[in-house]
Design a binder for this molecule. Structure first.
Ligand code: ATP
Ligand code: MG
Length: 601
């Protein structure tokens, strides 16, 4: 279960302040130097060209946004995007907006909005700039989006199509086949406008017709073959209630949201690359019509981050929760930010992971060990140490009374952190019986086993040297106690400590002063590296041993520890007092990660 005795680890150098170059930084540096966006005005809030024209020059040299759809909880892939956008804004003195892309009435819920706000804050980011808060909801732009749709219709750039969904799909064509014009494509602007208003006013059923842009059904880019802009949907919306029965499609809404908010760099993942010509087409038409300020936002794509041994699709994460494979969105094994927080990950470790994985023009796979490495690098120099025994068996020191007299307890102490004297000393005591790890004893030791076996001497860390004399088993032949004698005058930190040489040091806690605790030992949620990439259903690749809860004993100083305290249990790994289940008188610790990467070794 755990590795050899802990050896002190050198403190980790603080994070290098210089950020590695990536294509986005290079691009932004160049655009700032060329003052590409320096003449934009800012009307004090998102709005159209007229609104912004009334304001001063935008105080933000650049604006970015993180635009989640509030239809699920954030995961580690989102953290990548959050840290990239908020980080670029911070580094270049601009602002990153948090915008809820809540244009689809079906799936969005307030619960997700609240959770997303909480997690972006937890990661350490905020959306304040120049005295105002830049938290926005795309659904607040429905009026403008509709006005823009009428504008396109009036200019002959959009039409209402009454083909069935199947006909529309068939007529779109594919890579080898150009599309076929809809029979409704030639309708007059006046007729289209009347139809669009009927759609808006609720005269038609869901799916009866859609509003489409009129571009080019023969375009080699299928996204330009008259994309749909609005569809009819008689549905309540979490923000606008029953006010609308038509809703804009994502591809129409998103560029407009960016433009109204004066976004300069609209950063998205690679799968949107083919949408860029459409993004530019739409905004250019609306700017020509005087509806939007220029220069317009530009879309830039970067590679999606995939993490091994997890899945990061909201749909699959939801399946894990709803089908009961995990105990909720914040189950400590989940790659959601809520799960990572409960597991014990720090915001700093997640930010470092995001920085270290850069931004490139291709989708990347990152090994889970990289995330764990970022966490260890953050925790190692700061969290206090303690001893815990997670698979306890009693060690009985048969000569204790003879050596020390009846009832004697030997006070022991240890630094809370080997490199941080300011954290002080831990106090505990050694007595006639201590808890040790079951696997620190072997009746028949394998070659290279230096811990307890009959005749061998080991040091009880921060305590004394003991020599094993035997063991006891229960009726089932299972080890029930290890027997040993204490070697006098060998206490750590005294002159005699080095008199007896031992090859092994083990961790322990005193039976008389240990605190009983529950400890949850987590392992990877999936046993396959890419659980959703192969033939198998990802559910069949769940790691059955991903959670083990055991009874343990911990040092007396850990009684009454506040929830969410992090610490290192020597030899065992990094742990956190669970934010939900931990109580001062009934401690529950989650193992965040082991001390070193031992996966598959
Ligand atoms: P999912 O596929 O899990 O539903 P999504 O991309 O649909 O994720 P959104 O809420 O629409 O989720 O995304 C918000 C932002 O997060 C988008 O800009 C998206 O590109 C980004 N994002 C989501 N997943 C990743 C990832 N794995 N790597 C980088 N960025 C991501
Ligand atoms: Mg999505």
């Amino acid at each position: 279960m755990h590795a050899a005795p802990a050896t002190p680890v050198a403190p980790v150098a603080p994070e290098a302040p210089a950020k590695p170059a990536n294509f986005l930084r290079t691009l932004i540096e160049r655009e700032l130097a060329e003052q590409v966006y320096s003449q934009r005005r800012w009307g004090g809030s998102p709005g159209d060209a007229a609104h912004h024209a009334g304001g001063p020059v935008d105080p933000a040299p650049l604006r970015l946004r993180f635009p989640p759809e509030p239809n699920g909880h954030l995961h580690i892939g989102h953290a990548k995007s959050i840290c990239l956008n908020f980080g670029l804004a911070r580094d270049f003195g601009g602002v990153c907006h948090l915008r809820f892309d809540d244009t689809n009435p079906d799936r969005e819920e307030q619960e997700y909005v609240d959770a997303i706000i909480e997690m972006v804050r937890w990661l350490g980011w905020d959306w304040g700039f120049a005295g105002s808060q830049h938290l926005y909801y795309a659904s607040n732009y429905f009026n403008f989006m509709y006005r823009a749709a009428e504008h396109l219709v009036e200019r002959g750039l959009a039409y209402v199509d009454e083909q069935s969904a199947e006909a529309m799909r068939a007529h779109r064509g594919d890579f080898g086949r150009v599309g076929v014009d809809s029979p409704w494509r030639g309708r007059s602007a006046a007729d289209n406008l009347a139809r669009l208003r009927e759609m808006r006013d609720g005269h038609h059923a869901d799916g009866a017709m859609v509003l489409r842009a009129k571009i080019d059904m023969a375009s080699p880019n299928i996204n330009l073959r008259d994309p749909a802009l609005y569809r009819i949907k008689h549905a309540q919306h979490h923000n606008t209630g029953g006010r609308w029965c038509i809703y804009p499609l994502y591809a129409y809404a998103h560029p407009i949201e960016d433009a109204l908010e004066n976004i300069s760099h609209s950063i998205c993942t690679l799968e949107f690359e083919d949408q860029r010509p459409w993004y530019d087409w739409l905004l250019a038409r609306l700017a020509e019509g005087g509806l939007l300020q220029t220069p317009l936002p530009k879309q830039h794509e970067f590679g999606r981050l995939n993490l091994s041994y997890v899945v990061t699709s909201k749909r699959k994460l939801r399946a894990l929760v709803e089908e009961g494979h995990v105990q909720g969105w914040d189950d400590p094994r989940m790659p959601t930010l809520a799960g990572l927080r409960r597991r014990g990950y720090t915001p700093a470790a997640i930010r470092k992971f995001a920085d270290d994985t850069g931004a490139s023009k291709s989708n990347i796979w990152v090994d889970y060990a990289v995330l764990e490495g970022a966490l260890r690098a953050d925790l190692e120099p700061q969290v206090p140490r303690a001893m815990a025994v997670v698979d306890p068996v009693k060690l009985k020191l048969s000569n204790w009374q003879e050596v020390f007299g009846d009832g004697h307890l030997e006070p022991c102490s240890a630094p809370a952190h080997p490199q941080l004297p300011a954290l002080g000393q831990r106090q505990f005591s050694l007595g006639p019986e201590v808890w040790i790890e079951r696997d620190d004893f072997a009746a028949q030791p394998a070659k290279g086993f230096f811990r307890l076996f009959p005749g061998n001497k080991v040091r009880l860390k921060y305590g004394m040297v003991v020599q094993c004399t035997g063991s006891q088993t229960d009726a089932n032949g299972r080890l029930s106690a290890v027997l040993a004698v204490v070697v006098p005058d060998t206490k750590s930190g005294t002159a005699g400590a080095d008199a007896v040489k031992v090859k092994g040091t083990i961790t322990w806690v005193g039976v008389h002063d240990a605190v009983a605790a529950r400890v949850r030992l987590f392992d990877r949620l999936f046993s396959a590296e890419k659980p959703d990439q192969g033939e198998a259903d990802f559910r069949d690749l769940l790691n059955p041993g991903s959670k083990l809860e055991v009874s343990a004993f911990v040092e007396p100083g850990l009684a009454a520890l506040p929830a969410e305290s992090r610490l290192q249990f020597e030899r065992l790994g990094y742990f956190i007092a669970d934010r939900h289940d931990h109580q001062a008188d009934a401690p529950v610790f989650n193992r965040i990660t082991s001390l070193r990467d031992s996966w598959g070794k």
